[in-house]
Design a binder for this molecule. Sequence first.
Ligand SMILES: Nc1ncnc2c1ncn2[C@@H]1O[C@H](COP(=O)(O)OP(=O)(O)O)[C@@H](O)[C@H]1O
Ligand SMILES: [Mg+2]
Length: 361
Amino acid sequence: MTENDIRELLKSVKYPGFTRDIVSFGLVKGISIDPKRCEVRLSILTENPDVVRQIVAGVEAVLARIEGLPPGDIIVERPALDRGAQARQLAKATGRGPNGLPGVARVLAVASGKGGVGKSTVAAHLAVALARLGLRVGLLDADIYGPSVPLLFGVPADVTVASDAEGRLVPVERYGVKLVSMGFFIGEGSPLIWRGPMLTKALSQFLNDVAWGELDVLVLDLPPGTGDVQLTLTQTLAMDGGVIVTTPQDVALADVERGVKMFQQAEVPVLGVLENMSFHVCTGCGTQTHLFGDGGAARVANRFGLALLGAIPLVRTLREAGDAGAPVVATDPDSDLGRLFLEIAENLSRILGVNAEAGHA
Ligand SMILES: Nc1ncnc2c1ncn2[C@@H]1O[C@H](COP(=O)(O)OP(=O)(O)O)[C@@H](O)[C@H]1O
Ligand SMILES: [Mg+2]
């Protein structure tokens, strides 16, 4: 019985919930046998202990069926936890970007403590604004619960995603932004299980398989909230900076705190807070009303020592732009709203150290 024989046998162990096996998923990192001992090293990304248990039990069962095999050890590694360090090592060795994605200079994550605060709207407008500044921009909609980038950019959810000669996914381009959305891959009616940790695993797997080309900034629309799925993602894709979108209510304070902690845990620098639906401008008289309270995000930002990166008003045009699949920064860049997003984007590009003329630092 050789190491290769064992590897072949392990192909009978499926990743729970998937039709693919753990070998083809790249989970089996090493097998060694000597007369006294046999060792199988697994590298499992998921935060879900049930999945880990099931995989280990499957491997155990395979090993138990092999006659004359010395006592075995199954060692489970958690690669996600030091992905940042790995990526930095890799960057040094290969000249890749510091985030480990080839050709991508900076990864900017947009997060929120809960859904419905306008995270996707803000991420989409920032991406278009960054592109208008002359940067090469990608937008990855990693929101497995409610992918909205297809809608925001007017891309049909069932769009055919092409692959290049190497089998890598080719992003769909709109308004100068290269788009990849989970919405392109999960149908409307796909079972809920696909939207949980399993999908995160699949997502992490194929994230490294997108043909982004050369990008100055990849904007990531994270799923709302700060649970395991989000943490796995922040750990999988070494990110260069995170922003947290919030509304001005005081109750949002706890949400922002969780967001900050999530980024800190994954060693992602928090670049600041963006307040959305900050105030309402009356279309008739131009009066500004702070429907959800005044200065909430500024207080929150202060409390955590973060910058308030901007305050975006609650305006009908923004919702309509979303529904029409036409971001305001693209259709009306000289409007107040267009200029506001461009200003925020300029500020962020400075913080991230990317600019159109010089490329990234
Ligand atoms: N500043 C805003 N003014 C008006 N409507 C907004 C604003 N921001 C977001 N919306 C609307 O609120 C809804 C939720 O926004 P979305 O970006 O999908 O939130 P999230 O990604 O946080 O769940 C959408 O219908 C969007 O058009
Ligand atoms: Mg969203």
